[in-house]
Ligand binder design. Sequence first.
Ligand code: AN7
Length: 366
Amino acid sequence: MSARDLQNPQTTSKETDWQGLIHAYRPYLPVSDTTPVVTLLEGNTPLIPVPSIAAEIGKQVEVFVKYDGLNPTGSFKDRGMTMAVSKAKEAGAQAVICASTGNTSAAAAAYAARGGLQAFVLIPDGYVALGKLAQALLYGAQVMAIQGNFDACFQIVREMADRYPVTLVNSVNPYRLEGQKTSAFEIVDRLGEAPDWLCIPVGNAGNISAYWMGFCQYHAAGRCQRLPKMMGFQAKGSAPMVLGETVSNPQTIATAIRIGNPANRKSAIATAEASQGEFNAVSDEEILAAYRMLAREEGIFCEPASAASIAGLMQQKDRIPTGAKVVCVLTGNGLKDPDTAIAHNQTKFQKGVDPTVEAVAQQMGF
Ligand code: AN7
């Protein structure tokens, strides 16, 4: 920053002026001048080059991560929730409801608080990462832990929204995907073109559909000349999109994507077909290896579900064209799930060290 910039706080860049994604992409979003915008200034997340990951691929490629874990509640759900809650408020709703593996509940609770609405969330008891639960509780949602998995929770909230005056803010709410598509806009705005591949974790299959909508709308508007191959990755024990059938008892360490019956299945299939993309499954071991690699090689901490995009890229690396640009979406922040980080790192953690220079020096190998 120059001395002149420092003297003049009016100096603008897109970053310093950022007023949230509805403001930034208003012409592309179903809002009007009278829509009450409920925002925490979400969006505008960094697209970070990850050269160590690119080097693992063994040919000349450029790899970036879209670090959406830097949104206000720590996940991409904020993009959808600014839209869903603004539109719910516009329609006069006083309460929202969702089922969640964690991140949706955190975002719904935060945006409801911000907008002065009540939030009700149903979560699978025992399968939500600690940080996400902490968020939903502190933001003031009414949290109900259900003796069942996400799919059971989702079935209930659908019916609740049909019967009672509560607005459903899961990704079957079309405004969710409208908000989430803006991440594709940001990627194109940054790269000046769409990437060749977009690697993305898939759970309820909303986000992959949202990104595709974003790329297609930008393409139609002449903002990019090509469209990416959409590569969706699921966890092996929870891979209904790969298997082509519902999984009744999904299991994976990546609890965010522990979903056996994706609500947006149809649009996700259409996305893969239209983009010549695919769904593939990565094992929990591959997910954890990618999770650790990203942290140790690049200094980037994502949650396990997000690492599925990197794990998937590694699994499919032989198929990437030389010279390609690849974007992996890091959907959630690693701080969401401290338990997994503590249980699955390979770092030497020295406990009970005596409080002396000598003891510390000895531990350090001096
Ligand atoms: C970090 O919070 O479904 O395929 O209830 O939290 O659009 O469902 C979370 C999903 C990827 C999958 N990465 O996105 C919820 C929930 C993270 C996530 C996904 C989720 P979709």
